[in-house]
Design a protein around this ligand. Structure first.
Ligand SMILES: [Mn+2]
Length: 428
C-alpha cells in the first residue's frame, strides 16, 4: 500500500566552482560568486526543513572537482547533520565531476546519508519522517570520470517497493552541449522498466522530459557562468497515496546570471542610452527578489546610435560607466553588468530603400535579389573575391572556408555596406 510523501530532487551542486575571468570585479562580487554554490546548498537545507521534505535525492556532481575541496566536504557534513536532526534522509550518487575514485578527507557521514556505490545499481528503502516506507531509491555512482557505458540498462526495480525512484547521472537522448556520459534514450527510461521517477543529473538546464513515468533534470542549483542563465534550484516532488506526482520548482540560487535585451530604436545619444540602461538595471534588480545579478545587456534594433556603437572603444567606455555606477548597491544585493553586446543596425527604411533611386537603393536591391537566390549569390560572391582567390597565399588561406560560405555573411555584408552609406549620408 502506498503512502503520500514529499521529496526534493537536486543535482549538479558543483560546490566550490571557480569563477574565472573576474580578476577586475570588486571584492564583494568575487566573494559572493565564490560563495554562491555553498549558499545554494545552505538554501537547500533550509528549504527541506521548511517544506517538510521526507528525504532528498542528489543526482551527482556535488563537487566541482574529483579531488574534493575540504571546505566543500566539511560544509556538506554540517548541512547533512542539520537534516539528520529533522529525520530527513539524503540519497546520493556521484557523477563525472566527483567520481568515487577522487581524493577526499576521511570524514564520517551522518547516518541519514547514503552514497550509492559504483560497481552496480544498488537500492535502498526511503522512509517518511513518521516512519512509514515511502519508496525504494535506486542508483549507481561513477567510479571514474569517464563513463561511456549505458548505466540505465542495468537498472531493475524491486517489485515489492511501493514507489520507484531512480537516480542517474547521464545524458538522455544525446544532448550535444554536455559530455555523452552514461548515454541512454528517453524511450529506454519510459518503456516498461517500471520506475516511477527518474531523478537525473548532468544536464544543467532544468527540464521535464516525460511524465508518468517522470523523467526529470532538476538542472544545477546555482548558475556558474554567463551561459547558465535564469533561476536555478531544485524540484519539490509530492507523491500522493494514489501515486499522482506533482512538481514544484524552487529557486536556490543566490547570484543569478541574466540576459536582458534593450532596443536602441528611440535612443538618440550616449547619455540617454546610459540613463535608460540604468532604468533597465533597476528593474532587473527588483525582479531578482533579493538576489544579486550578473547581467549581460544586449542592445538590439535599428537606431541612430548604431554607427557610434560600431566602435568597440565606445562600447567599452559605456560598459565601464555601467559598471562604475551599478556594481555595488545599498543593501545586500548588487548588479554587475559583465557584458554589453551590440546587435544593432543603422536606421534604414527598407521599403523606401527598395524603390529609392540612389546608390544605397541599388545596393539594397542587389542584396535582396541575392538573398532570394542561393546560386546567384554564390556566383556573385565567387566573382567578387576572384582576385583574392587567384592570389597564391590568400587563395590557399581562403580555400578551406570557401565551400561552406555561411549564408549569414550576406546579411552582414548588406548591413555593413548599406548601413555605412546611409549612416554617412545622415552625418553630412
Ligand atoms: Mn554537472
Amino acid at each position: 500500500m502506498s503512502v503520500s510523501f514529499r521529496f526534493i530532487h537536486a543535482a549538479d551542486l558543483h560546490l566550490d566552482s571557480p569563477f574565472r575571468g573576474l580578476a577586475k570585479a570588486p571584492g564583494r562580487v568575487r566573494e559572493a560568486l565564490a560563495d554562491s554554490t555553498f549558499a545554494a546548498l545552505r538554501q537547500l537545507t533550509v528549504a527541506a526543513i521548511r517544506e517538510h521534505a521526507d528525504f532528498i535525492v542528489l543526482a551527482g556532481d556535488l563537487f566541482d572537482e574529483a579531488d574534493r575541496s575540504l571546505r566543500a566536504q566539511l560544509m556538506l557534513v554540517r548541512e547533512w547533520e542539520k537534516l539528520e536532526e529533522h529525520g530527513i534522509g539524503v540519497f546520493i550518487i556521484h557523477g563525472n565531476h566527483d567520481p568515487l575514485n577522487g581524493a577526499r578527507a576521511a570524514l564520517k557521514l551522518p547516518p541519514n546519508v547514503y552514497v550509492f556505490g559504483a560497481e552496480q545499481m544498488e537500492y535502498m528503502p526511503a522512509y517518511r519522517r513518521s516512519g512509514e516506507l515511502a519508496a525504494f531509491i535506486y542508483g549507481r555512482s561513477y567510479g571514474t570520470r569517464v563513463m561511456t557505458e549505458n548505466m540505465a540498462a542495468g537498472y531493475r526495480i524491486q517489485p515489492e517497493a511501493p514507489f520507484h525512484i531512480a537516480l542517474l547521472h547521464g545524458n538522455v537522448n544525446g544532448d550535444g552541449s554536455h559530455d555523452p556520459y552514461a548515454p541512454c534514450t528517453l524511450g529506454e527510461l519510459t518503456g516498461g522498466k517500471g520506475f516511477d521517477y527518474w531523478a537525473l543529473g548532468h544536464i544543467h538546464h532544468r527540464s521535464v522530459l516525460h511524465t508518468y513515468p517522470h523523467v526529470v533534470y532538476s538542472g544545477n542549483t546555482q548558475g556558474r557562468n554567463p551561459r547558465e542563465i535564469g533561476a536555478k534550484g531544485c524540484y519539490i516532488v509530492d507523491v500522493s497515496a494514489s501515486r499522482a506526482i506533482e512538481l514544484k520548482f524552487l529557486p536556490l540560487d543566490r547570484v543569478r546570471w541574466h540576459e536582458q535585451s534593450f532596443s536602441i530604436a528611440a535612443v538618440s545619444s550616449e547619455q540617454e542610452l546610459l540613463q535608460q540602461l540604468d532604468g533597465v538595471i533597476d528593474q532587473v534588480l527588483a525582479e531578482a527578489e533579493g538576489r544579486s545579478v550578473m547581467l549581460r545587456l544586449i542592445l538590439t534594433d535599428r537606431g541612430p546610435l548604431h554607427q557610434k556603437l560600431s566602435d568597440p572603444a565606445v562600447v567599452s567606455t559605456l560598459l565601464e560607466q555601467l559598471q562604475e555606477g551599478r556594481q555595488i548597491l545599498s543593501g545586500e544585493a548588487w548588479v554587475l553588468v559583465h557584458g554589453l553586446e551590440v546587435n544593432t543596425g543603422a536606421v534604414l527604411n527598407l521599403q523606401e530603400l527598395a524603390v529609392e533611386d540612389s546608390f544605397a537603393g541599388e545596393l539594397y536591391r542587389l542584396s535582396a535579389k541575392l538573398a532570394e537566390d542561393e546560386t546567384l549569390w554564390r556566383e556573385f560572391a565567387k566573382e567578387a573575391v576572384g582576385q583574392v582567390a587567384s592570389h597564391a597565399k590568400l587563395g590557399r588561406l581562403m580555400q578551406a572556408k570557401w565551400d561552406e560560405l555561411p549564408r549569414r555573411w550576406l546579411a552582414q555584408a548588406q548591413e555593413l555596406t548599406v548601413g555605412a552609406i546611409r549612416g554617412n549620408d545622415r552625418d553630412v
